[in-house]
Design a protein around this ligand. Sequence first.
Ligand SMILES: C[S@@+](CC[C@H](N)C(=O)[O-])C[C@H]1O[C@@H](n2cnc3c(N)ncnc32)[C@H](O)[C@@H]1O
Length: 245
Amino acid sequence: MTPAQTQLWRSLPNVSEHQHGHGHDGHDGHEGHDAEHHYTQDYWDERYGSAEKIWSGNPNPQLVAQVADLTPGDVLDAGSGEGADAIWLASQGWRVTAVDVSPVALARAATHAAERGAEIADRITWQHEDLLSWSPDRQRFDLVSAQFMHLPQPELAGLHRRLAAAVKPGGTLLLVLHHADDLHVNVGRPSGHPHLFPPPEEIVATLDPAEFDIVIAGAVERPATDVDGQPVTVKDTVVRAVRRS
Ligand SMILES: C[S@@+](CC[C@H](N)C(=O)[O-])C[C@H]1O[C@@H](n2cnc3c(N)ncnc32)[C@H](O)[C@@H]1O
């Protein structure tokens, strides 16, 4: 990874934070970290340890929209952060396996779940794994969701293939990433690094067409707030696919 890519990854969590309704990037104080650290436990533990809360606590809008028509079952939330998606999924009746590289994030998320009561907390298993190498059990989940997991290639494609392998026949794979068009919107995204914002067709190309039907592969708009606090429309890349039975 180049120094410029380091800068990008440093800003990505803040961009997502911003879109979830918090401030904007540039306040995390992680100057000087090597890029490879940005996918590691040390980096994320330090980042989560730097504030009591770095995300909004709200579930991601594309997840909420795409899951609405699914029957609850077993779901894998890959890169679960502070747990808002996992807790929301549990509240909808899903049995959740929530995976993250950061024990600090996992502990915080488990606390939030416990605060919601046993009915929610008991439906969630918080699991410490490195998604750069961890392979979930094959065909184990009715839904596999990864929200804003940005990695360089070929690591991203490898992650998506492992996540796809974990989807049951008839189950759904949901991959949501920031869209490259927003590099030119005033939401704090670094321009000049579109390779970390792959288009939907590049993501779809990692899936075996003999195994998956593509339900959605495109850009979905949603309202957000720009770095000056003004309302703005951003785009998420959304890929939703179903494993053939
Ligand atoms: C941009 S945040 C998104 C969090 C959450 N999905 C959301 O949308 O709020 C990326 C998450 O991925 C986790 N992560 C980063 N690298 C990872 C890795 N190698 N293995 C597992 N999780 C990782 C981070 O700890 C962080 O919680």
